[in-house]
Design a protein around this ligand. Structure first.
Ligand code: FAD
Ligand code: FES
Length: 285
């Protein structure tokens, strides 16, 4: 983990309310798909705390990009940055998707698999930022991959990197809540159809998006006995395990002990979906 100051190479609007921030680092960053960074505009007095953003693209050993939705104070301060601007960065953080791909970590993560034959990636909204590099990696591994990409509208889909996902030339099913692009409705509907139509064979599901979407993805995966892994979004204070502001409730632990909770920043951000107490955690997310 590196605590450093990066320099803005570019900060481009992808769609209204969505930007792509490309940062240059003064040393190589060994980032894995699904990892994230804690970022803050260096010269902004406020907010005090860095914000978690997934590593979206790697442009070389010392250049990384982040796709973000301009929402509250932290991302608004990032959105004002111009090339040459400075960003406080804690990077790289979290476990990454590959931890749940093969049996290398089977002991640590019992849900890990012997090499899978098919991957299903479900991205909802800006959760897409966490899975673009993983889709690329799955392609490099020659794993047949079906992408389900859901967004509220055509504008949001564009802001969440739809063009980059389409450029992968992998099978992609697109939904928008308002029907302005792709199939109308939630992304979980075509996912369920796909699994019922036989897409469940020797597959694993990787998902990142709104809490309710991931909860539904986990419910859909369960009767098919499919391994399902979710990258969780939790409010983060520190990003390195000390503030305990990011904990989520887990199923497989003594509910009275601290062990019933896991820190999203250091124990995750990716967890086997079957371990998450979706209902309990939903109250705080
Ligand atoms: C591991 C991880 C990876 C993440 N990766 C990404 C990523 O790649 N890209 C990305 O965009 N986000 C990502 N997030 C989410 C991002 O870190 C949070 O949304 C963060 O709180 C944004 O900071 P902020 O200061 O802009 O908003 P905050 O001020 O922290 O706002 C926090 C909450 O307030 C609400 N809120 C604030 N302003 C508004 C508004 N104008 N309208 C509606 N609701 C509002 C939202 O519900 C939001 O969740 C990630 C989170 C985690 C934990
Ligand atoms: S953000 Fe501080 S412990 Fe996870």
């Amino acid at each position: 983990m590196l605590d450093t100051i990066a320099t803005v190479a570019s900060n481009t609007e992808i769609a209204p309310g969505y930007k792509l921030l490309t940062l240059n680092f003064n040393q190589a960053i060994h980032a894995r798909a699904g990892q994230f960074a804690m970022l803050k505009a260096h010269d902004a007095f406020e907010p005090l705390l860095r914000r978690a953003l997934a590593i979206y693209q790697v442009g070389g050993a010392t250049q990384l990009s982040f796709l973000y939705q301009v929402m509250g104070r932290g991302t608004q301060a990032l959105a004002l940055l111009k090339p040459g601007g400075r960003v406080d960065a804690l990077i790289p953080l979290g476990n990454g998707w590959a931890e749940f791909f093969d049996n290398q970590s089977a002991e640590k993560n019992p849900s890990s698999l012997a090499p899978i034959e098919r991957a299903i990636v479900v991205a909802g909204g800006i959760g897409s930022a966490s899975v673009l590099m993983w889709c690329e990696e799955l392609r490099q591994k020659n794993i047949a991959t079906q992408i389900f990409f859901g967004a509220a509208s055509a504008r949001v889909a564009q802001g969440c990197g739809l063009a980059d996902f389409r450029a992968l030339n992998m099978p992609l099913t697109l939904t928008t809540d308002d029907g302005s692009l792709g199939e109308r409705g939630f992304v979980t509907a075509p996912l369920e159809r796909f699994l019922r139509d036989g897409g469940n064979q020797q597959a694993a599901i990787y998902t990142c998006g709104p809490w309710v979407m991931m909860k539904r993805v986990a419910e859909i995966a369960e009767p098919f006995k499919l391994p399902c892994f979710a990258s969780l979004e939790a409010p983060m204070g520190c990003g390195f395990g000390v503030c305990v502001g990011c904990v989520v409730a887990m199923k497989d632990a003594d509910p009275k002990s601290y062990g019933a909770y896991k820190r999203v920043c250091t124990d995750g951000s990716i967890f086997p979906a079957e371990r998450i107490q979706w209902e309990v955690a939903a109250m705080t997310h």
